[in-house]
Design a protein around this ligand. Sequence first.
Ligand code: F6R
Length: 620
Amino acid sequence: MCGIVAYVGSRRAYPILIKGLQRLEYRGYDSAGISIIDENKIITYKKDGKVDDLISHIDDRATNGSIGIGHTRWATHGKPNQINSHPHSSSSGKLSLIHNGIIENYSSLKTALQEKGYVFKSDTDSEVIIYLIEDVYNSLAKKGENSDDSLFKAIIIALNEVIGAYAIVVIQEENNNAIYAARKGSPLVIGIGNEEYFVASDASPIIEFTNKVIYLEDGEVAKLHKKKDVVIKNIQNKLKSPYIQELEQTLESIEKGGYDHFMLKEIFEQPKSIIDTLRGRINPKTNDIILGGLIDHESKILKADRIIIVACGTSWHSGLIGEYLIEDLSRINVEVEYASEFRYKNPILTKKDIVIAISQSGETADTLAALELAKEKGALTLGICNVVGSSITRTTSGGTYTHAGPEIGVASTKAFTTQVTVLMLLALRLSQLKSTVERENYNFLIKELNLVPQKIEKLLLQNDMIKEIAQEFYNATNFLYLGRGVNFPVALEGALKLKEISYIHAEGYPAAEMKHGPIALIDDEMPIVVIATLKDNYDKVVSNIQEVKARGGKLIAIVTEGDIEVKSIADYCIEIPKCFREISPLLTIIPLQLLSYHIALLRKCNVDQPRNLAKSVTVE
Ligand code: F6R
């Protein structure tokens, strides 16, 4: 989604803005732009395409000002072209704005402004906000209000008329000491440097300058004047005290660290990220699990009629694995819903339901809306999120962080395995509270869970072999992924990984469902990836494999070390270390992530920023 970066201070703004935009590229975008105030004039450069295209467009005309705003746009209203890209200037050209989010009533606001004689340049909803702010600012001036705080006041008044989601930053030509930032529904972080301020949609453009940050709350507007303290008001015009936090993120965590792509780095980081997820949550002496953010809600979970998991995309797939784990181990009824469907289907919800949102970013619009609905209906809402302080973590009554660290590659990898790890911890914890798993078996499962990082290390050694398999199949036009039980969602996730980064059509199916339709697709051109690990309905999957083979399909099988039977049938086999069935998704997904990565590379696709995709989907 759109990325925001802004700076006010004594340094040259241009390199800070450009570097910031490059750090935000992972969010997905189709055009970029900056405005800088230089010698009391706002100078704006915009370009469709990538940040590199913007840099070439600016060429040596870069400016020297030390205040500016920058934006990467993911088109919603209007085509991704130069005119629609941000920043947008006001009617007089004296104000400039960047915006992330969607203004729902932009059309009526636009008509009202047009009736006053304003002429708009772009097709965007964003341009309407800056025209509206200027209109309010001018009417305050007509009433004789012309103080240092007039623009602050105008922004607050204007935002009271706006319906929708926004994170905005505004600069004003005659004021090269202050920037104004506001949020509602879209995240915004303020970095506090040495007599200077940074603003961004996430911490990545800020980390290298300061670790002191303020996360603006919904409905807050900040005035950031260099060399002065930050002033925050809400849109009811009440002063708020800023809550300054320390960022835990490091610069290394958002850089490629020697890998060719963030996605590859993040695949290889999984042993470490799972260790981070597990850290401090299993008592080494007793094996008891402590999930701090859920302790207060455990008794309610135990009494619940059911748990409803809401999520989108990859997070929905980990939810499906959570369903298997929680139902199997703790015998609590679980339903998994696409957040986007759940919110519109008039769901039956009661105070005895627990709704758990799973989200890497914690900002996915549909997941957030599903939570709001659940809250309205009186259900207890909990979250499993990666991004600390994100909107979902603020909306829910409790939850658990995955601690995967920043995930920059658009295709989710380590977020998925850490979500599954948290769900495993939750299922095991509930199993002990409900006495549904005997202590001996529980201890075995804990031991297995602790061994996952080293088993993934071992699996990653097969990277070169997986690359060779990719060589054989990168020209395929379709792929089918099959799995059963807890590995069926892994088949879905494997297919999603392939389609999103290589643009090959891929489908995931429960292996036995193949006979009910997809089998018609199988011919000798069709690669089929089958997860056929031991003890996971192995014999049934072997029969499904025979059916594929009989129709000429090319088989890539994920098997358990030492497997003989599937190996004798499949064209290619990738072995995973022996493990318990419940743990297997944490291992079987790794070769599928690597296979997608190598196929996408061979097809010369942009692995980290696939076309049309955004890292966090903050619009419906
Ligand atoms: C796929 C992917 C998406 C996200 C989905 C939900 O690789 O990344 O499918 O999983 O957009 O995002 P979060 O987890 O941030 O809510």
